[in-house]
Design a protein around this ligand. Structure first.
Ligand code: ATP
Ligand code: MG
Length: 180
């Protein structure tokens, strides 16, 4: 599984449609302070279903929508798409190309799409579970995350190991069936 590209529109510092193509190997993002580098990793977290506004460095979800500048008016919605190469079927979805989209309107309405078909957040979470890339994955290590892992309570740390070992899905299924 590999991220091919990230498409952003109306999200934080990106009012216009911006496409970031990721080639094989390492991609580095450079730019002046406040130019939107961290907003790119926020966009990845967000499209994967992040619900915690603090993790997204916002105070409310509406803050992810481009809020205007003296030259540009604010946008009505934010949209991010993550295009993933799934030729190795690391995601349990029988397509070589997987596109996950999240859209959020100022009205508070929100949508998730998988290859242009509307999905529930639950479906997106389940798709990425145990891959390390999902909302609770460890593929995005933010500033301070290492400290948090080292000083975490043992139960919290176990969740990280469970995701890495690929058993989060089993635990989730068990807990989900117990809830029903
Ligand atoms: P640094 O080098 O300091 O880490 P950075 O390149 O990572 O900077 P970001 O944190 O990605 O910068 O971007 C911060 C900028 O994003 C701030 O200027 C902030 O005003 C802007 N920003 C955040 N949310 C929005 C929004 N909804 N609309 C417009 N701009 C926004
Ligand atoms: Mg930054």
């Amino acid at each position: 599984m590999r991220i091919r590209s990230l498409e952003i529109q109306g999200f934080k510092t990106f009012p216009d449609k911006t496409v970031l193509q990721l080639q094989n190997g390492i991609t580095a993002v450079v730019g002046p302070n406040g130019s939107g580098k961290s907003n790119l990793s926020d966009a990845v977290r967000w499209v994967l279903g992040e619900q915690n506004v603090r993790t997204l460095r916002c105070t409310k979800m509406e803050d992810v929508i481009f809020n205007g500048t003296p030259q540009r008016k604010a946008q009505g919605y934010a949209e991010v798409t993550l295009n993933i190469d799934n030729t190795d079927r690391a995601l349990a979805f029988d397509k070589d190309e997987v596109a996950v989209t999240r859209r959020y309107y100022r009205s508070g309405e929100s949508e998730y799409l998988l290859n242009h078909v509307a999905m529930r957040l639950k479906d997106i979470n389940e798709l990425f579970m145990d891959t390390g890339l999902g909302r609770d994955g460890y593929s995005i290590i933010g500033q301070g995350k290492i400290d948090a892992i080292v000083s975490a309570k043992s139960e919290d740390r176990r969740e990280i190991f469970e995701e890495a070992a690929g058993i989060s899905r089993c635990r989730y299924r068990k807990e989900d069936s117990e809830r029903q």
